[in-house]
Design a protein around this ligand. Sequence first.
Ligand SMILES: *Cc1c(COP(=O)(O)O)cnc(C)c1O
Length: 404
Amino acid sequence: MKHLAIHGGTPVAVGQFIETAWPPVCEATAEKLKQLYLSRAWSFNSPKEQEFEQAFAAYHGAKHGIFMANGTVTLECALTALGIGPGDEVIVPALTWIATAAAVKYVGAKVVFADIDPLTAALAPAAFEAQITTRTKAVIPVHLYGGMADLDHIIAIAQKHHLAVVEDCAHMQGGKWRGRGVGAWGDVGSFSFQQSKTLSGGESGICLTNDDKLAELLYRTKHIGYSRYDQQGQAGTPPPSGLLCHNYRGLAFPAQILLDQLDELPALLDRYNAFTDRLRELTGDIAGFRVQAPGRMASPQGYYACGLIFDGSEWHGIPKARFLQALRAEGIMGINGTYGPAYKHLLFNLHEKDYRNSGCPTAERLSERMLVLMHWHMSHRANADALASAIHKIADNRKELHEC
Ligand SMILES: *Cc1c(COP(=O)(O)O)cnc(C)c1O
């Protein structure tokens, strides 16, 4: 007799796992959006954008926030403001969304992939240091899924080699490391508020920085050269010669949505952190299985997803697609594979001359051994219980997955 639901057994989590819709909506925000619409203050560094910039920067302990169209142009503007361009190299982790690498190409620099740490799934400090050359100008650590990059070591290495640090915090709104918000540690922190992210404005993004000069350059870069101190339509001073300026402006509407969500963020992150604590506790005895980043998390940790890693020899011969199917059959929703190594993504199409990949075996191996549960399913404690039951059941009946 077969036990796993994938083979006709009774699903263990059906009726237990609570599905959640994302992004969240609320009537009070809808009313504010209506008022904002009627106010005509939609763009051009509107009061709502400024209010959000200040609130988000203050939350993370950064001096400046520069609101933009999305979390890809924030990375691009960060590199532009730091003076990075053709002839330069920028190191990025192999496991990330392709935008991290694309931003480097947008400024004409060369993308250099470095391997990840198997515990955090983020950039490995030693792998980063090994890729530094005389052309290297910056590194972009990514706080990925439910883990964070080792900021202390990465920043120390960057300082030793006089490199800029741009934190890609698209997955980690609200996370704090040693009391200071992520994104406020590097020279620039970049956040995305795309629809699936932990704070969701539909689209938009923000750069954080503590550096007054960089803040002004970031502003000019996203607003076609205007200074923050200019009136719209009345340029007072020119941007620095050659600075590549764009129209990457944000809008007041997502800023309003995000302001309301920011109020709820601490409570949301509390629930997400409680979820992983519970899942870790309930699955601690499953051989060869772990939840991403044990003992290496921020407080609170920010989450885009909860990383589920089954890389022990116990799971040898069970492909991730099989494990995924088995989990879905047990009634678990919202589980996906990772992005995989960026240079292998279907949408990644940089020419070989535009990037260097000296081999990233940990990213390649972990990509085959890691699944992620999207963050909005982490709001319910019941879901941690359901997921743990499903993983236990699959582990106990692992042999059934080998058989076909
Ligand atoms: C979402 C994301 C981005 C890009 O953000 P967009 O707002 O979608 O442009 C960059 N880096 C990472 C790691 C992301 O997940």
